[in-house]
Design a protein around this ligand. Sequence first.
Ligand code: HEM
Length: 115
Amino acid sequence: MEFVRLLLVFLHLLGMAMLVAMFFVQNRAGKDAPLNKGWLHGVGLQLVTGVALYALAPLTDKEYNHVKLGIKLLVLVVIGGLAAANLNKPKAPSWLPQTLVGLVVVNVALAVFWQ
Ligand code: HEM
């Protein structure tokens, strides 16, 4: 079971890296580009791996901070909601990429500093 947890943490960290990378991909595409679908793929990966880690806690002998994970989930829902709401626009709003990556960084900070 420890291997499954490590595999999920591995994918969870890659999901985080993907969301940070999306910021640079979005910037490279220019101001007039639509929002890249990769944002939502990263959100999906974080959601699936994060919730799986939480759900498997009794089997992996882990005790997670429920409040912290609830807030991380809320932040992720905001990221996903903002991305989904702007996905079909011909041009992504200029404030959106910074806002999305800022919220990703908030979740990294919550994950690391709130033990
Ligand atoms: C943008 C969204 C997210 C980011 C960037 C993120 C980032 C991270 C990072 C960097 C860690 C490693 C922390 C460490 O080892 O000290 C972590 C761990 C974890 N995350 Fe997330 N997370 C996100 C969303 C979520 C969500 C929505 C959940 C579940 C509700 C979740 C559940 C967990 C759990 C359970 C761990 C601990 C894994 C373990 O060490 O066993 N994460 N997260």
